[in-house]
Design a binder for this molecule. Sequence first.
Ligand code: NAD
Length: 397
Amino acid sequence: MAKIVAVLYPDPVDGYPTTYARDDIPVIASYPGGQSAPTPSAIDFVPGQLLGSVTGELGLRKFLEAQGHTLVVTSDKEGPDSALDRELADADVVISQPFWPAYLTAERIAAAPNLKLAITAGIGSDHVDLNAAIARGITVAEVTFSNSISVAEHAVMQILALVRNYLPSHAWVAEKRGWNIADSVERAYDLEGMTVGVIAAGRIGLAVLRRLKPFDVKLAYTDKHRLSAEVEEELGLTFYPDIPSLVRAVDIVDVHAPLVPETHHLFDDALIGTMKRGSYIVNTARGAIMDTGAVVRALESGQLAGYAGDVWYPQPPAPDHPWRTMPWSGMTPHVSGTTLSAQARYAAGTREILESWLAGAPIRDEYLIVDGGKLAGTGARSYSTSGSGSSPGSSGK
Ligand code: NAD
């Protein structure tokens, strides 16, 4: 029998919801390109309800306990005395969400001798030290595509919010009770005609490009895998061979690359300094792709006109994290990929992965990041590991 430890974010401060804003969510059976949405044998939750917090338990308890397995759910993940550290000692499986990451460092993996499977309920497994997982033969899997469109929608929203100065305008009417039109528009522009540069046109990046096409913008991108000529032509894309050449040619940079050694702290003073004055950055990929201080300095100097995203480092950030209070910011907590709509998909996908693994059956190839002691599936295409040392995002215990 397996012991499964799920690290989930805390319930809402006013308690687990008893009612919801809407009665249902659309049924999404497949994703762009044809990959099917998760196909577990059954689900024990109501799609549209809160599943990603502690009480929601990703809807897994009934299924696991019916088979005699043990499910431990906690949000206590920080420091050596955390519930996570205690439970790791005999855990077979750890489930974590990037929004509230259980950083599986090399030290934690060494302290978890039974650990065989690390599931990301969502997308982005940089909170796991992939080198350590490879060395130990631990399988790392995520629910590929489950929240890609959710994130793409958030990125488009934040691009528009920054360029049109939405949040300060809203603050004038709601918080300051004003009608300050000139104050609101002195930093407001149209997106039309601007050049948007997307870093990494994978599932999310390509979805952003498709959503932005009708805005009559100029679209540019870079990726280590170039898109097909047909897609480039259909969307009118300009391809740049690398990130430095892209960022200096565009008005808005939108980041969707995974956090890997090549992207860790990529946006520093030097790179941001090559961008057009008054550029915007939207980053819903990973906070550690940015040098935290460089972003703040660029906003304060006017080199950047705005910065938005939902990803920070570490997560949760300290109360005095400078991104909470930096100017011209549209930051949210890490929420883009955990809408109620997304939760229903990644909870079902987590169950699908568990059903496969517990039955000794293969996990879908597209869900795999590490398997059999090497990068596998989506991991082999989208991730990279350093030759030695730990993964960049897994050091935030
Ligand atoms: P994906 O695997 O479909 O696409 C990733 C793309 O990045 C691939 O096309 C790959 O070729 C490209 N890439 C990798 N390294 C690169 C590099 N050094 N330079 C340029 N391109 C590079 O993944 P996806 O579903 O689009 O997700 C992308 C990332 O978004 C995830 O790794 C995760 O970090 C982040 N994400 C965030 C949220 C959120 O809630 N904010 C949710 C899901 C995913």
